[in-house]
Design a protein around this ligand. Structure first.
Ligand SMILES: *Cc1c(COP(=O)(O)O)cnc(C)c1O
Length: 393
């Protein structure tokens, strides 16, 4: 985590950040399935509601399990404060909606998760909030698009599914210079591979559903970052209710204990798969941040410690080849999730990004033959054998 020899490392914080032990002396943290908490007396209740003292009141606001999850994620991301949400999308929506009012403007990277694109183009405009997309290949487009009413910058890096990167140190410096908060969706990299707050972002949002859970079991999200930004998010979330359940917080906090070892293996497996298919006769191109052929390889090496678990294969033969491939896998799952121990293949053009027009898809490099491979933790020989079988189908 830090160069200070006295401060614990990432793995240690992920394991040893734990709720205070109860009188039962449990070793593993218990699950607090309670909607509300008792007050000591009338004065205690009054002081809790006016926030003169801190403490548990009601699980829509906070719960020992969500507190542990958030406290741990704050340490791992290097954030001052955070909140847990029911899904990644409720984290994205809260981080945006808590900060903007009618007449405000957002500048975002064009390559975004499909639902984030829907929020920016269909939901927020209903309340008079507009946005523009900047292009990765044209750094000047950010400067040109920022207006006096631009309230925040939003990016996803690496992007889902195109694996485009944004130079966070550069954009973070621009955001600081213009006094506009930068929000980064850090879902693909996780704090183990990339720490946007250290590079100038104000806030990080997560879909904990993906690598943080890591086993495809539960939905969750989080917003982590600067105290003042989080205080707006907390007010918004407290009264609109996108709270994470205690059960999911308990599960996700346990999952964070193994994030480092899982991300090491996801990354090395993905690199093995990416190298294997580069130059394969049935594959037009392979995209992976830590392959030297990635157009932003140098940037990837600079701002990420490893390449992560997602590999993109662009198949020769377009839509038909893509469909044959999906129907040809046997071991690997054809499903819509990612970041699971199980390898998952998806076809964004017909699923996650099907609501985009063909032109919008083309603008974010999602072609008909593009397959997103979320490389799991099975043995790479078995993953590669199954993908080879499907390519030959
Ligand atoms: C999945 C995903 C989300 C949405 O998360 P949910 O937990 O499914 O709501 C947001 N951003 C990215 C990059 C994602 O992959």
């Amino acid at each position: 985590m830090s160069d200070d020899p006295q401060s614990p490392h990432f793995e240690t914080l992920a394991i040893r950040t734990q709720s205070p032990i109860t009188p039962e002396r449990e070793h593993s943290v218990p699950l607090f399935l309670t909607s509300s908490f008792r007050f000591d007396d009338a004065e205690h209740a009054r002081a809790l509601f006016t926030e003169e003292v801190s403490g548990n009141v009601y699980s829509r606001y906070a719960n020992p399990n969500t507190d542990e999850f958030v406290r741990k994620l704050c340490l791992l991301e290097g954030g001052e404060d955070g909140i847990a949400t029911a899904s990644g999308m409720s984290a994205v929506f809260t981080a945006l909606a808590a900060k903007v009012s009618a007449g405000d403007h957002i500048v975002a990277s064009r390559a975004l998760f499909g639902s984030t694109h829907q929020i920016l183009t269909r939901v927020l405009p209903k309340w008079g909030v507009t946005s523009d997309y900047a292009d990765v290949g044209d750094p000047g487009s950010w400067e040109r698009l920022i207006r006096p009413n631009t309230r925040l910058l939003f990016v996803e890096t690496p992007s889902n599914p195109g694996l485009e990167l944004i130079d966070l140190a550069w954009l973070g410096a621009l955001a600081r210079a213009r006094g506009i908060p930068l929000v980064v969706d850090n879902c693909f990299a996780t704090p183990y591979l990339q720490r946007p707050l250290a590079l100038g972002a104000s806030v990080v949002v997560h879909s904990a559903t993906k690598y943080i859970d890591g086993q495809g079991r539960a939905l969750g999200g989080a917003i982590i970052g600067a105290r003042d930004y989080l205080s707006d998010c907390r007010f918004f979330a407290r009264h609109t209710g996108p709270a994470m359940s205690a059960f999911n917080a308990w599960l996700l906090s346990k999952s964070l204990e193994t994030l480092a070892v899982r991300m090491d293996r996801h990354s090395s497996n993905a690199l093995t798969v990416a190298r294997h298919f580069e130059g394969h006769p049935a594959v037009e191109s392979v995209r992976y941040p830590f392959l030297p052929s990635h157009p932003q390889y140098d940037l990837a090496r600079q701002q990420m410690s490893q390449g992560g678990g997602i590999v993109v294969l662009v198949l020769k033969g377009g839509l038909d080849a893509g469909r044959r491939f999906l129907d040809g896998v046997q071991l690997v799952s054809h499903s819509a999730n990612l970041g699971d121990t199980r390898t998952i293949v998806t076809h964004p053009a017909s699923t996650t990004h099907s609501k985009l027009t063909a032109d919008e898809r083309a603008a974010v490099a999602i072609t008909d033959g593009l397959i997103r491979v979320s490389v799991g933790l099975e043995h790479t020989d078995d993953i590669i054998a199954d993908l080879e079988r499907a390519l030959g189908a």
